[in-house]
Every structure is written in C-alpha cells, then in structure tokens.
Design a protein around this ligand. Structure first.
Ligand SMILES: [Zn+2]
Length: 302
C-alpha cells in the first residue's frame, strides 16, 4: 500500500488525531497573551495557529519547522518545552522575536511600531532557502520544448489579484498558468512541488477572494494533495486577531488583548461560508464590536 500521507484521496483507515495534552483543558487551543510593551499581536496570531497545528504531531512538525528558518527551529523547540510545562508560550514568542529583531531590526522593531504580518510570514517560512521546493516548467506540445523558469513553487504566496473567486481558484491558476510558447502554440506553465507540501500560507492583499476551506495541489504524477484550512489572521485598527481551526473543523477565536490565553469557540466550520470567513467581527478591548479583514490564511495537513 502506498503511503497515504502523499495521497489523501486514497482513504487511509481513520485514525483519530490525538492532541498532545496541553493547557488546563486538553481539547481547547491555547493562545498567547498580548505584550503591551513590544506590540506582539502579529506573533500572537501566527504562533497560536502554528501551536495548534504542531500539537497533534510535535515530532513530525519539529522536523518541518526546522526546514523553514532559524526562527522555525526556535519555535518548534519552544513548543516542546511548553508541552513539557517547563516554559510558557509567551517566553517562546519573546525568544523568537529577539532572534528576528537581531536578524532584521527594521522589519521587526521594538515597541509599539508592530510588525507587518507579511514580513513575519515570509521570514518565518522561507528564510532558509537552502532547499528548493520544486520547479516551474513550460512544456510545449507544439515544439516539444521543455524549459524551467524562474519563480518556482513556494511555501508563502501573495494573492494580489481580486479577480479570483477563492484562494483555491487563485492557487489552481498559479499552479497551471495558461501561456503562449515562443513557437506560437498555447501552452501551460506548471509549478510542481517535489514533495506534497505539508503547510502553505497565503498573504492576502485583496479582500475580494473568499477563504477556501481546503486547497488542492496536484503532485508530480497527477495525484492530488488536499490541505485543510487551519488558521486565518485578521487585521484592522492596528491589531491582529485569529481564527484557529482544529483537525475536527472547530473554529476558535483568539485575540491576545481580549481573550488573552483563551480561545473562544465560534462553531463548526460548516456553519461558516467561505465568504463569511473573509472578515471577523468581534469585541475590542473597549467592548465595542470591530470588524477585521483576513490578511493571512494557513493550510496544513492534519
Ligand atoms: Zn512551443
């Protein structure tokens, strides 16, 4: 039998995902408390989502995080300490922040300036570029020419174009772009991942694209990988908040300023439309409702 991790379309025997016991209530995601001195909300949102991903299989995710960046290593090692109750998520966040500030004090400033979530995503997921994730290739049937091109597949993608219906629609076009070969024949430029990706992050620069509940990636031999939605970061009013989605598709809300270490259950993912997920209306620290827009979306294998 083939390894099912490569091919979710082949049903594996259903194995219940076990959450590493963690926090006061094992089944509830744990969030990070906002730091009012060095504004931490972009880190709080991202690391709350990544923790909830990591917690179901710390060993495998540690290996994956190690390939992202130095900060990925720090975070994965930190999560393990938190699981063993020898450290707190906030300490781990501060350690990762110090490392980012050390690497790049302009992108990752101290104090109330805050960090652009896009910079954090790119830096965290892709600063270790030693390994290429795949290739981008034009294969023309007209002239029988294959050639590899710039811009191979990545782990973080920017969606700038609001003409696509959803993130998955955008992704399909990005993986297989229609083009015209030099010989005049219509061709398709494909992006192919060497290995099915375990996690992909999307940075949204448009509020028009709906938040797909899963994305599909065609692999090297046409087999499809499906990655479910695991987190959404919302931005507005100079603050970031997050939805954390468990493998069981429960949606939890986190705001390091108001819910602090807690996450608040919002319902099952089935109760949300992909359009509704584009924004999030919740109470601010002053008690008034405030609507924020999705700026970052994370998909990962379970
Ligand atoms: Zn051609």
């Amino acid at each position: 039998m083939r390894k099912s991790a490569d091919d979710p379309e082949i049903e594996e025997p259903k194995k219940k995902k076990v959450r590493t016991s963690f926090g006061p209530t094992p089944e509830v995601p744990i969030g990070l408390v906002w730091d009012s001195v060095d504004y931490s909300c972009s880190y709080d949102s991202l690391f709350t989502i990544l923790c909830e991903i990591c917690i179901y299989n710390p060993r495998n995710w540690t290996k994956a995080f190690y390939t992202f960046s130095n900060q990925g290593k720090l975070l994965a090692d930190g999560y393990k300490k938190v699981i063993r109750s020898v450290d707190t998520l906030e300490n781990i966040r501060n350690e990762v922040c110090r490392s980012l500030k050390h690497d790049n004090p302009v992108l990752f400033p101290d104090g109330a300036t805050g960090t652009d979530i896009r910079d954090l995503l790119y830096y965290f997921f892709t600063s270790d570029h030693s390994v290429s994730l795949g290739y981008r290739r034009s294969s023309c049937i007209g002239c029988n020419n294959n050639h590899d091109m710039d811009n191979p597949p990545e782990r973080v993608m920017s969606v700038l174009d609001g003409t696509y219906k959803s993130i998955n629609d955008w992704l399909q076009h990005w993986l297989e772009e229609p083009s015209i070969c030099d010989c005049g024949s219509p061709t398709i430029i494909k992006r192919i991942y060497d290995q099915p990706p375990s996690i992909l992050a999307f940075s949204l620069n448009t509020s028009r694209v709906a938040i797909s509940k899963s994305i599909h990636i065609k692999g090297i031999n046409g087999r499809s990988t499906i990655l479910p939605l695991r987190g959404i970061i919302y931005s507005g009013g100079f603050h970031f908040t997050a939805y954390v989605i468990t493998p069981g598709k429960e949606v939890w809300y986190h705001d390091g300023m108001t819910t602090r270490r807690n996450c608040i259950k919002k319902g099952h993912l089935n109760e949300f439309t992909e359009d509704a997920l584009k924004s999030c209306r919740e109470k601010n620290s002053n008690g008034a409702f405030f609507e924020r827009q999705a700026v970052t979306v994370i998909y990962s294998k379970k």
